[in-house]
Design a protein around this ligand. Structure first.
Ligand SMILES: Cc1cc2nc3c(=O)[nH]c(=O)nc-3n(C[C@H](O)[C@H](O)[C@H](O)COP(=O)(O)OP(=O)(O)OC[C@H]3O[C@@H](n4cnc5c(N)ncnc54)[C@H](O)[C@@H]3O)c2cc1C
Length: 394
């Protein structure tokens, strides 16, 4: 196999496949000069998982074989990236060393269930659920159907997370499920964050929903321990340091998350462990042959596929400029999109940029839950993802 490539893409998820596709469609000379390093046999449409957890979507529909999404003209190295040397422009993966002229880092982020005592061994039984792992998502719906009393406890970590509103999606749809089935179940939300949402317009709308639906919610409460057999969860308050134990019948965990550990010590990460790029051009702040987007990057916006969709054309245009020895001039304004189901069939579509001012696509008030937005997320988004975005279309 060749050992030097014009472009190496680390990670074959949403950001890696879409940018590789787009640059190959724009620069034909790159054929066979793009290497994607990705260990997984399957590529996942992760935004579909909360809908699997609420029984709306079939799990199988959220995955495809990786070889079917690798763009024509790219090569796939099925391996885990172990380390990167951006000075030598070398990547070590699967016992081999490959070198590059340019690199896109799209390694996503890592889930840290280990930070919650007892969580890993509790998952998938005694009503302990998560929508963040393919193998456990179906158990969420199974538990939902089996819960007829007590508490459903939904948690969200303070850390930066992907799918930033997935906990709220679960919260509202589970509340709706219980009401529709006339079950006497209390819905409880505990978030490590100090606010419900970062943009006031949508935060106001969500708080209104929480209160109207009588959902018991508390801020600054971090899940630190799970005892599945006793059906108890322990929270630590970020402000007071006090701990509280909350009983549950069903627990839905959004764990803490962190940046790619393979890049530790490479000089590519910022102090918080995310890939350190310019927030407008997505070019690395030190190494001008490196770009990054999506969950792995330190772009200060909510980590969503909807953000990757906005980032990808800008990154590719800037990378092409760098390949032509020009400075990157295309600007990303931080736009992201957070769809929040407020029940079965209704959804708030929050869209905004770095300035936290709503930047909505439709002429409707997107902070008001709409059937149209729900149908869009459930039926249109997967089609746009598999056939548009992964083919490099924004
Ligand atoms: C439960 C859930 C709900 C979500 N809901 C939404 C939603 O409603 N709307 C929305 O827009 N987004 C949503 N998202 C977020 C969205 O899926 C991510 O933001 C998006 O996938 C980010 O793309 P990425 O390329 O940065 O990371 P990913 O798509 O996660 O891809 C990273 C890739 O890197 C690979 N990788 C990791 N480590 C290594 C390594 N060492 N070597 C080689 N490869 C490696 C992984 O295997 C993976 O394929 C949700 C996510 C989850 C989990």
């Amino acid at each position: 196999m060749k050992t030097h490539f014009r472009l190496i893409v680390l990670g074959g998820g949403a950001g890696g496949i879409s940018t590789a596709s787009r640059i190959l469609s724009k620069k034909k000379a790159l054929e066979n000069e793009v290497l994607i390093i990705e260990p997984g046999d399957y590529h996942f449409f992760q935004p579909g998982w909360p809908l699997v957890g609420s029984g709306e979507v079939n799990l199988e529909a959220t995955k495809k074989e990786t070889e079917k999404v690798i763009p024509k003209g790219a090569r796939w190295m099925k391996a885990v990236v172990d380390s990167v040397d951006p000075v030598k422009r070398e990547v070590k993966a699967g016992g081999k060393t490959v070198s590059y002229d340019f690199m896109i880092v799209a390694l996503g982020l890592e889930l840290d269930y280990e930070a919650i005592k007892g969580a890993e061994k509790s998952l998938g039984k005694n009503g302990v659920c998560t929508n963040y792992l393919y193998n456990y998502v179906e158990y969420t719906y199974e538990s939902l159907k089996n819960t007829t009393g007590g508490n459903i406890l939904v948690t969200k970590s303070q850390s930066l997370i992907k799918g930033g509103v997935s906990a709220e999606n679960s919260l509202f749809t589970m509340d709706d499920f219980m009401k529709k089935h006339d079950r006497d179940v209390d819905i409880i939300f505990r978030t490590g964050r100090s606010e419900i949402f970062e943009v006031k317009k949508y935060s106001d709308s969500l708080v209104e929903q929480l209160e109207a639906k009588n959902i018991d919610y508390k801020l600054n409460e971090e899940l630190v321990e799970v005892n599945g057999e006793e059906k108890e969860a322990v929270f630590k308050n970020h402000e007071t340091g006090e701990t509280h134990t909350v009983p549950f019948e069903m627990l839905v965990i959004t764990p803490p998350m962190h940046g790619p550990s393979a890049l530790k010590g490479s000089g590519l990460l910022d102090d918080e462990g995310w890939v350190d790029v310019d927030k407008h051009t997505m070019m690395h702040n030190t190494y001008t042959t490196v770009f990054s987007l999506g969950d792995a990057s330190n772009l200060p916006t909510v980590k969503m596929g909807g953000a990757v969709r906005q980032q990808l054309p800008i990154l590719v245009d800037n990378l092409i400029q760098r390949m032509d020895d020009d400075d990157p001039t295309h600007i990303y304004d931080g736009k992201t999109a957070c769809p929040i189901a407020t029940g079965y069939g209704e959804l708030i579509l929050a869209e905004f940029g770095y300035n936290k001012i709503p930047k909505e696509t439709t002429f409707l008030d997107q902070s008001d839950d709409k059937k149209l937005f729900y149908q869009f997320k459930k039926n249109m988004l997967p089609i746009m993802y598999w056939y548009g975005m992964l083919n490099g279309k924004s």
